[in-house]
Design a protein around this ligand. Sequence first.
Ligand code: SAM
Length: 450
Amino acid sequence: MPQLPKPYIDQMKHMLGPDAASFLASYNNPRTHGLRLNMLKLAGQDYAAKQLQTQFKLEPVPWCPTGYYYPEDARPGKHAYHQAGLYYIQEPSAMSSVELLSPQPGDIVLDLAAAPGGKSTQIAGYLQGQGLLVANEIHPVRAKVLSENIERLGIRNSIVTCADPRQLSKRFPSFFNKIMLDAPCSGEGMFRKDPEAIAEWSPEHVTMCASRQAHILDDAAIMLRPGGLLCYSTCTFNREENEATIEAFLDRHPRFTLLRIERLWPHRHRGEGHFVALLAKSEEIPPSDKSSLTRSKGTTADRAATEAMKLFHTFASEKLPGLELEDGVPFLFGEQLFWLPYSENGTSMSSFLGGLKTLRPGLHLVTVKRNRVEPAHALALAAKPSDWQSVCSYSADSPEIAAYLRGEALQAADGSIQGWAILTVDGFPLGWVKASDGQFKNHYPKGLRR
Ligand code: SAM
């Protein structure tokens, strides 16, 4: 059992009464490990999904249809399938909040505190490429990890931003119809997994977290459309950051009603524990809320983006002839061409992004070099078998896959492949190679190599 602070033990005894003994005893059990299958890649691939279940000895998580427990020795994070984005490693209780929010294809969703991306990738799985996910993280280093995970899972319709919630709420009033706020908290549910969380805990820290949560919630309230849903979750147990935070929020925001609260406890459920509250914003719009959206006029990059898009189409017609992009517009960011998803009443999302630190304005298509293009890693990861013409394909246990992930060039297995080609592991894209002189030049991003 880890050394727990006395005020924490007293708090839990006060909260749980006779249940506290079994709650505290749960600290003697090993932590749980979980992963969620990525249905953006595995929908309709029942055989592959079954294979994963056998290979990693997966057992279903009761509250999440794509969630599974795995034993510690299965190590799915080390496998090439992880690099191919077939699953996301996530603590099982943390899978409960998105299930309650229940995003649907076409929803306009904000994940306000999103890194490293557990909830965002789960939301994107439900959106199935339709609608929009804005995944925001305030801390730049964590935002980069979030952006990499959005890329790895092949998510096409996400904008990744790095902003303070206050800055976002000025830009996006009444914009989203679903908001996920997985709030920064005192992390009492992390104690089994991360002893540092114990060292940071104190009653004062709990109070500081509750005050920060109140501020972030107020910004979330501004950004939610009338009739929309707000899901608030934490991985902590105390009332102050959970029920009391929600009660105070409802007092400040009479247009909101509480639909449901769920608590997962480590002594009652197989997981580290989670608190989730689902709130709804009423339909009627008081005059004060009718502020117009803050956006700039159409950008001058539009014409250059259209030109870059022509180069992309030439590339895609040869290499990815089946690729169809959902509703969106081209967006050029220096040399980088993105496909920016979704438009708001005919206005492109680009007009909302000026001055906002944006790590990923949609699907990264290509880098434009004079009159040619180099395909982006994200494009390979987001591609589907029906999109590509030719691939070089290897099995997961082949030496070529290990060599590719190390960044090495490969002997060209297939002389018919010319120029750019996607390399797949058991049919799932891992990245690009470029065939030349009997070799596949390695284009796996340097920062991801093993
Ligand atoms: N939702 C994430 C997931 O499922 O992978 C986990 C989010 S974590 C519980 C909370 C996040 O809130 C952290 O990434 C933290 O950096 C961020 N955060 C910290 N202070 C914040 C603030 N003042 N406003 C918004 N987010 C904040």
